[in-house]
Design a protein around this ligand. Structure first.
Ligand code: MG
Length: 373
């Protein structure tokens, strides 16, 4: 491993685990965190959870699992270049979506609406809940007992109202402090990954077209470049060559800008990073272009009528499942009835949030279709 910057998270400055454990003997603490995440049930469920398209719509679209792997890949290479802790970035990236409901953002919005009177539902907080509480693997504790810095990275935002209940990982939201650079990088790698793969999936699905995207500056200038190099190139290869250049531009810009910010503040420790303004970021020009792309995706992909139809079905499934269980908790699988100690609505929310797309569809059918049991 390359030498870490003095402000990187390391085992020396880590606040480690809530329940102390003997140090690992064949890997680092953050490799251990990553490995625990990979072996978790919630991680395997990501394979069948939607990013934008519902899982059964096609085998080639991103799922939350492949999305998380892309975030980890992008995050690792940025971390490596900035001499940050790659294993920590990887662990955060692989865990960042563990709390996502089925059916992507539609599912999260629906569950949040159902939980309105009971403290709400937020997928970041749920990811933390998964690793702190819900995973059942170990004899001596609930959850995965991950290091503080991994948990801090998973909780990328949180309202000041909710922060006090979260203990150590909530503190920074009350004190106006930043998380580690590793957490900042994982968060931006997420943004790079989804903007680009949504372009790719959007094109593959036929919901958006190359003609439309040629109006969007970051896409247009990279596609023009590819076309000038390879005038005969078309179809998948043209898209791939364009998207890979966009990712490369974003990563390079992020590295340049973050290096400048770091040089200006010259943090000499992890604490100095936490006290400084956010040090990882894009240049204003790239940020503008990213905004334009995001706006395009929102209007033409996320709000496309075919996506909207799926969204509305998904929300109905979540709503009806929630109401059904709330009215009659005896319909819940026994292990969730027992967990109702944390409050019935929260136990129901945990159960629904854990479902994959197809499991939610099946469970809905089992509950409401007369011919199913
Ligand atoms: Mg994500």
């Amino acid at each position: 491993m390359t030498e870490l910057a003095p402000y990187a998270v390391s085992e020396r400055n880590s606040r480690l685990r809530r329940i102390p454990e003997a140090p690992p003997n064949s890997r680092s603490e953050f490799q251990r965190d990553r490995d625990r995440i990979i072996h978790s049930t919630a991680f395997r469920r990501l394979e069948y959870k939607t990013q934008v398209f519902v899982n059964h719509e096609g085998d080639l679209f991103r799922t939350r699992l492949t999305h998380s792997l892309e975030v980890a890949q992008i995050g690792r290479s940025i971390a490596h270049n900035l001499k940050l802790n790659e294993n920590l970035v990887e662990a955060i990236a692989l865990a960042h979506d563990l709390g996502h409901t089925p059916f992507g953002h539609a599912g999260q919005d629906a569950l949040n609406a159902c939980m309105e009177e009971y403290g709400g539902f937020e997928h970041n907080l749920q990811s933390l809940r998964v690793v702190d509480l819900l995973e059942e693997c170990y004899a001596e504790f609930d959850g995965l007992n991950l290091c503080f810095e991994t948990r801090e990275g998973i909780l990328k935002h949180c309202s000041p109202l909710r922060a006090p209940a979260l203990g150590d990982v909530g503190e920074r939201f009350l004190q106006g402090r930043r998380p580690s650079l590793e957490a900042q990088i994982a968060n931006l790698a997420d943004e790079i990954a989804y903007n680009n793969h949504d372009v790719d999936d959007g094109l593959r699905s036929g919901l958006i077209t190359l003609e439309q995207l040629s109006e969007i500056s970051i896409f247009a200038r990279h596609m023009d470049k590819v076309r000038s190099l390879y005038p005969a190139l078309a179809g998948r290869r043209l898209v791939y060559e364009t998207v890979r250049r966009m990712i490369n531009t974003l990563v390079t810009d992020l590295l340049d800008r973050s290096r400048e910010n770091i040089a200006a503040v010259a943090p000499d420790s992890l604490d100095a990073v936490r006290a400084a303004p956010a040090l990882a970021g894009f240049s204003p020009e790239i940020q503008r272009e990213q905004q334009e792309l995001k706006q395009f995706l929102r209007t033409h992909l996320y709000q496309h009528y075919r996506v909207a139809r799926m969204t509305s079905k998904a929300q109905r499934i979540i709503r009806e499942l929630f109401r059904g269980f709330l009215e009659n908790p005896r319909l819940l699988p026994p292990q969730y009835q027992e967990k109702a100690g944390s409050g019935k609505p929260r136990a129901i929310s945990d159960y629904i949030a854990g479902m994959t797309d197809r499991y939610a569809i099946r469970e809905h059918r089992r509950l409401f279709a007369v011919e199913e049991t």
